[in-house]
Write a protein that binds this ligand. Structure first.
Ligand code: CDV
Length: 288
């Protein structure tokens, strides 16, 4: 996806998601993967004393009144949906979440972001804020995998993709396809020396995660310049070999498609990365 402006409503965003879904149907896709926080601008870039004043950015149910049409249309097409959104639970918890439904419209699972980057308090020295740690709690639910789309699938969100443990947790459960939405500003205020490496680091970690676990990785950006903040695009579909088989070439709304043969995973999981045969957990005591 390209940027979503502060003035764009949830319904405006859904209209754009529907346009991509129509294209996905024309391409006979089984699953469409949308990015992190796909229904609004990246609101954690603004400080607020009153979290409640930002409740309109959160979803109290999923599907909700404005998003139902997306799930209904996907069900008509027989396409599964992965959608990132801000979740406000009935008991008042705020998570950076993603939902996955299958092609029959059944919920497969909800993932809540484990690694929450950024900061809690206003830091005016930054050109823009990254207040995810103010707006969201860290989830304690870890990285489950689910049986869907003919295989074992898992989810992670943005900063999670940089951590080897994210992939390994799912890899140890046999994951075959991992969906990851992201919003990654090109400017990293704590260490701007990393700015020119954003694109490299993005693909480096996802390609390594795919290869080292014999799994497909679908990395999906909300990129482009949003409210003056330039964010990384370069959504990519990465094979279990670690190779990028499809990549976005624009910073706007764009569909990329690949034929993700889950049997390809076995080529790696049953040979070089045969965990049961070759892995040495007793040698990794500090981690295990
Ligand atoms: N949305 C994110 O999690 N963004 C982080 C930035 C802040 C470093 C990322 O890891 O891309």
């Amino acid at each position: 996806m390209g940027p979503i402006g502060r003035g764009e409503s949830r319904s405006d965003a859904v209209t754009r998601l529907l346009a991509l879904l129509d294209q996905a149907a024309e391409r006979r896709a089984d699953l469409i993967v949308y990015p992190e926080l796909a229904l609004s601008t990246f609101f954690p870039r603004w400080y607020t004393d009153e979290l409640g004043g930002h409740d309109h950015y959160y979803e109290r149910s999923m599907p909700g009144p404005e998003t139902q049409v997306l799930f209904d249309t996907a069900k008509e097409y027989g396409i599964g949906v992965h959608l990132g959104y801000a979740e406000l639970t009935d008991d008042g918890h705020r998570y950076n979440s993603a939902i996955l439904v299958d092609g029959a419209g059944n919920e497969v699972g909800i993932y809540r972001k484990v690694h929450i980057p950024g900061h809690e308090n206003n830091e005016p020295w930054r050109p823009f804020q990254h207040l995810e740690r103010r707006y969201f709690e860290e989830s304690n639910e870890g990285f489950p995998v689910w049986r869907a789309f003919g295989g074992l699938v898992g989810m992670a969100i943005c900063n999670d993709r940089r951590w080897p443990e994210t992939y390994r947790e799912m890899g140890l459960q046999g994951v075959e396809l991992i969906m990851i939405g992201y919003n990654t500003p090109l400017h990293y205020a704590p260490d701007p020396a990393q700015n020119p490496l954003q694109s490299f680091h993005n693909h480096l970690c996802m390609q390594a995660g795919a290869y080292q676990n014999g799994a497909w990785v679908i990395g999906v950006a909300k990129g482009g310049t949003e409210e003056g903040v330039e964010s990384l695009a370069q959504s990519a579909i990465i094979a279990p070999s670690g190779q990028i088989v499809a990549q976005a070439v624009t910073t706007g709304d764009e569909l990329i498609v690949a034929d993700c043969d889950l049997d390809w995973c076995g080529q790696y999981k049953n040979t070089l990365f045969d965990f049961a045969r070759y892995r040495r957990p007793e040698m990794y005591g500090r981690i295990t």
